[in-house]
Design a protein around this ligand. Structure first.
Ligand SMILES: Nc1ncnc2c1ncn2[C@@H]1O[C@H](COP(=O)(O)OP(=O)(O)OP(=O)(O)O)[C@@H](O)[C@H]1O
Length: 256
């Protein structure tokens, strides 16, 4: 099977700082990849490259067989992106915002309305659909962002910490949405710090540390190689010192 996302020798620098140090990764159609790593590991940088927001990288990235550098527009039309936070146009209502997003993807009005209503209803936001979003809570805005990322029925869905601000019920809905998308054959690239969710929804976990992949496999494979929970696996492979000692040093003055 051909990979739907193929990343070869991906490097990215910000000034002198090398943030991605040669990432090689093949993602196959229908996989849910949990892309995890400590703060500053390079997850969002990878995501920004995949969705075509950053183009000054070294290496090769192809999505759906298209070279990202040569055909950014096609790739963008087939990929859905759900960010953690976005500059959402707060003076708009969800209906206005989603209609704007849908039109950018070339969708017709009837399809936008049908899909937007269905998704907003699932999130319990239908009664707020004509309300300006500057009156919304963080979680309500996040639900609109998730809806806008999935509105055009993309083949690949890239999510960067999408559960930020969501209540427990919405988290359950999003987890369910991810497994339904998988059943439809969509490919999901999911970045998160919520280890319990990653453990449950991902069928492959890729752990990145300081710009390099340090583990790649199913949760079962990582468990056999490292430890019995994803939290422990994460700590084993990325913690430079005992995390308990770090907490202790944070709270207590060093004893002479
Ligand atoms: N625009 C930028 N200019 C300079 N440095 C940047 C920029 N964006 C990110 N970096 C640096 O690149 C490194 C990787 O950042 P990135 O946002 O990809 O990490 P991350 O794994 O997503 O982290 P987090 O879990 O905290 O979101 C960090 O050291 C960060 O300071």
């Amino acid at each position: 099977m051909e990979p739907i996302i193929a990343i070869r020798g991906l490097r990215k620098n910000y000034g002198q700082k090398q943030v991605l140090k040669g990432i090689d990764l093949d993602v196959y159609p229908g996989q849910i990849i949990g892309y995890i790593g400590p703060n500053g590991a390079g997850k969002s940088t990878t995501v920004k490259i995949l969705i075509g927001l950053l183009s000054d990288f070294e290496g090769e990235v192809s999505m759906l067989g298209q070279d990202l550098r040569k055909d950014t527009l096609t790739v963008k039309s087939l990929v859905g992106y759900v960010p953690e936070n976005a500059e959402i146009y707060e003076v708009l209502t969800p209906v206005e915002y989603l209609s704007f997003v849908g039109k950018l993807y070339g969708m017709d009005d009837a399809l936008i309305e049908e899909r937007a209503n269905r998704m907003l209803q699932a999130f319990g936001l239908l009664e707020n659909k004509d309300q300006r979003m500057d009156t919304f809570s963080k979680g309500m805005r996040q639900k609109v962002l998730i809806t806008s990322g999935l509105l055009h029925d993309p083949q690949i869905v890239v999510l960067d910490e999408p559960l930020s601000g969501l209540d427990a019920n919405a988290v359950i809905i999003v987890k369910e949405i991810l497994s339904l998308l998988k059943k439809e054959g969509k490919t999901i690239f999911y970045c998160s710090h919520m280890m319990d969710v990653v453990e449950k929804v991902s069928d492959r976990i890729v752990l990145i540390n300081e710009g390099s992949i340090v583990a790649d496999g199913t949760f079962e494979q990582l468990k056999q190689a490292e430890a019995d929970t994803l939290e422990k696996i994460f700590a084993n492979l990325t913690g430079s010192q005992s995390l308990t000692n770090v907490a202790d040093a944070f709270i207590h003055k060093n004893q002479p």
